[in-house]
Design a protein around this ligand. Structure first.
Ligand SMILES: Nc1ncnc2c1ncn2[C@@H]1O[C@H](COP(=O)(O)OP(=O)(O)OP(=O)(O)O)[C@@H](O)[C@H]1O
Length: 291
């Protein structure tokens, strides 16, 4: 099945308390406009390589409502990261349109933050100064951001580690720093590319849960790339399933598990049925074929 359907899951609109620049304050939910936060429409992408043209992504279309968590899953090399980078404005596309909060994608937007698989922290800066980096780059108010940095470090469980250097931290702690750095400038749209994939299973599970709790508190829009089906089901409102390269959308799965979620959410009959549906889509078989 080739599916170009839009994601249509609705959540109730939330009240918000806007900050001076229009961003909601930390701890408040995000007001939802009728426009999707992200629209990807008929997007194609090829790369020119030494061995010829590689078709990475073919005719990908989806919409992400404000405040939703959408995960992309698919086999290695199917173009998940490419889609994320195109939304972030870090990669061009050949055909189609992408709209991010009403305008074209562009790198370095104040309203959009990206987090990659490795933490990419600056080794000569302390934990606190790494988290403050976007504040300096974006020229934001330092004293206000210093307090927010402290709050975020507490939130991600790094209180007491502010003056440590990245090389003094475990991989999981480094990713927590990276998460705090992502949140410090309060982007409305978070793009995360397998942020916890390099971590051991237990740490990944713990960070997944923290992400779920953070999302349930802040209600930001999140697009999340992962190989891990259970992780996608745990955190998401919707899972987009892609085929092997060239990546096309093969299924768009609404995840209607109740929130707040716990690690047990994916082990309920509903959770396991969703995991099974995604696995079947990845295997290229429709439910009718399997039954
Ligand atoms: N800069 C590039 N130049 C040439 N080819 C590229 C480039 N970036 C990605 N590709 C190719 O495009 C295809 C999609 O890559 P992409 O990294 O988006 O896939 P992915 O689904 O994120 O993979 P993974 O899950 O392994 O990270 C792959 O075949 C990859 O080799």
């Amino acid at each position: 099945m080739r599916n170009r359907a839009a994601i249509t899951m609705e959540r109730p609109a939330m009240n918000s308390t806007p900050d001076v620049d229009g961003s909601p304050r930390p701890g408040t939910a995000v007001a939802q406009s009728s426009e999707p936060a992200v629209t990807v429409s008929g997007v194609f992408k090829t790369y020119a390589t030494r061995d010829g043209v590689v078709e990475a992504v073919r005719d990908v279309s989806f919409e992400v409502p404000h405040g939703h968590v959408v995960s992309m899953v698919g086999p290695s090399g199917c173009g998940k990261s490419t889609v994320l980078k195109m939304i972030a404005g870090l990669e061009t596309y050949d055909r189609g349109t992408i709209t991010v909060r009403g305008s074209d994608p562009a790198p370095g937007r104040r309203d959009c933050g990206i987090m990659m698989q490795s933490a990419v922290l600056l080794p000569w800066r302390t934990v606190r100064d790494n988290v403050m980096l976007p504040v300096e780059i974006l020229g934001l108010d330092k004293s206000e951001s210093a307090q927010r940095t402290q709050d975020l470090l507490e939130l991600v469980g790094l209180q007491g580690f502010e003056k440590k250097f990245p090389w003094e931290l475990s991989g999981g702690m480094q990713q927590r720093v990276s998460l705090a750095r992502l949140l410090v400038f309060e982007p409305q749209l978070l793009l995360m590319d397998e942020p916890f994939a390099a971590l051991d299973e237990m740490t990944r599970e713990r960070l997944d849960l923290e992400l779920v709790q953070l999302h349930e508190r802040f209600q930001r829009t999140l697009i999340y790339v992962t190989h891990n089906i259970a992780e996608a089901v745990l955190i998401s409102d919707t899972v987009i399933v892609m085929t092997a390269r060239p990546g096309e959308i093969v299924d768009i799965v609404p995840i209607d598990l109740p929130r707040p979620r716990t690690i047990m959410s994916t082990t309920t009959p509903e959770g396991t049925a969703l995991i099974e549906r995604i696995r079947r889509a990845l295997d290229g078989s429709t439910e009718e074929e399997v039954q």
